[in-house]
Design a protein around this ligand. Structure first.
Ligand code: FAD
Length: 369
């Protein structure tokens, strides 16, 4: 029986699969690597993602994941040409009764009221900012943003060599374990033999052939949408967070517009672009935030973006063996899969025994939101 064709196969070329591939090549430059995707490199959720990386955690497990991601982002930035993730100043509109909550949720960073000078600068960018009684503007540090699809493609490009490949348009339909590792059977008739496997299928995590009884039964697919503010942000514009509304205005200077991210409430959506749309309820919800706080932006809200993401209870992503050792299923990033991608990738590699410095507690410790 011939040996496996690849030391590591990664299914999914979104930001999570790409981060896994890139870290693996930095840890094991001699490995034969294959990344496969049913679509294009750059992903599906990653393709439409807003791309904000803010060091925010809802609980202790997310806190660990933020720290692990920060470290892995550092490794990736050093080792990947063209990985563009600029720092962005971050301001929060928050009510008095939530200030302690905000302070608790920022990881390893200071949070304090914006100075008068900073408030002036904000009004120069956003026009009049309308605060209700008891609401204040705070500032925090340590946020970055990027185009998740461009980041994914930069990481994959840095991997490529004659023995490190990415096959787009390759839909994996079946997974089988065998004595030498595993075999993937693809819709185009090809079979892939590998020794180690990381599956990062984004919102297809609950679909065949990955769905596992028990492991994913509480994972649900939720629509994620954002509107575009068709105004060109000046270089150095800050992000404005609406803490109690789970919303933010992010200057995407690379797209020459702002993105208004907000929480859509549509659950159990199919991960099919043709069946997902921004609804009138979505638009009304987004407009209510802008009209209330930064009314001068409202008239520029025209287009938008929509897809979906897999959400886990407590927003705790899944990093688990797919089927015994050397195989991992990773995802259910719960709307935070861009900022958590490097940390989750690092955990997945640790789980399959491909990490250079495994932690004593193992990868499943306290990870995820
Ligand atoms: C509008 C929007 C805004 C968002 N904003 C933010 C944000 O500001 N910050 C943040 O951190 N997160 C944000 N998110 C969430 C984040 O984008 C996702 O969590 C993240 O992109 C998931 O990355 P992924 O690589 O796991 O999935 P994807 O990008 O979906 O990639 C998965 C890939 O797997 C492939 N695949 C699936 N099944 C198979 C198969 N059987 N065979 C072969 N290939 C397969 C798919 O084709 C796809 O390319 C946002 C999401 C959306 C939709």
């Amino acid at each position: 029986m011939a040996g496996p064709d690849f030391d590591l196969v990664v299914v999914g070329a979104g930001v999570l699969g790409a981060a896994t591939a890139r870290l693996a090549t930095l840890y094991h430059p001699d490995w034969r690597l294959l990344v496969v995707d049913r679509g294009f490199a750059g992903g599906a959720a990653s393709r439409v993602s807003a791309g904000l990386d803010v060091p925010l955690a809802r609980n202790a497990t997310q806190r660990d994941l933020v720290r692990r991601s920060n470290e892995a982002w550092g490794t990736l930035r050093l080792g990947t040409p063209g990985l563009d993730t600029p720092v962005v100043d971050t301001y929060w509109i928050v009510g008095d009764h939530h200030v302690d909550d905000l302070r608790d949720r920022i990881v390893d960073g200071s949070v304090g009221p914006a100075t008068a000078h900073e408030r002036e600068r904000l009004e120069a960018v956003f026009g009049r900012i309308v605060l209700a009684s008891g609401e204040t503007v705070f500032r925090s540090y340590g946020s970055r943003y990027g185009s998740p699809a461009a980041v994914a493609r930069a990481m994959l490009k840095a991997c490529f060599s004659p023995t490190r490949l990415c096959w787009e348009g390759t839909h994996v339909e079946k997974y089988e374990r065998n004595a030498r590792g595993f075999t993937l059977r693809c819709r185009d008739g090809r079979t892939i033999h590998g020794a180690r496997l990381v599956v990062a299928p984004g919102p297809w995590i609950t679909s065949a052939p990955w769905a596992r009884a028990g492991l994913l039964e509480h994972v649900r697919i939720k629509k994620v949408a954002a509107l575009h503010v068709e105004r060109v942000p000046e270089a150095g514009s800050p992000v404005l967070m609406f803490f109690e509304h789970d919303a933010f205005l992010l200057p995407r200077t690379d797209e020459r517009r702002w993105i208004l991210s907000f929480a859509s409430d549509d659950w159990d959506c199919p991960p099919e672009p043709s069946r997902l749309a921004i609804s009138s309820a979505d638009r009304a919800k987004a407009l209510s935030v802008v009209n209330r706080y930064v009314p001068s932006f409202a008239e520029h809200l025209h287009s938008g973006r929509v897809f979906c993401d897999a959400y886990a209870p407590d927003r705790t992503p899944v990093v688990a063996p797919l089927d015994g050792p050397a195989t991992a299923l990773v995802g259910a990033s719960s709307g935070s899969g861009y900022r958590f991608a490097p940390g989750l990738a690092d955990q997945a590699l640790e789980l399959i025994g491909a990490h250079p410095t495994p932690t004593p507690t193992g990868p499943q410790g306290e990870a995820g939101p």
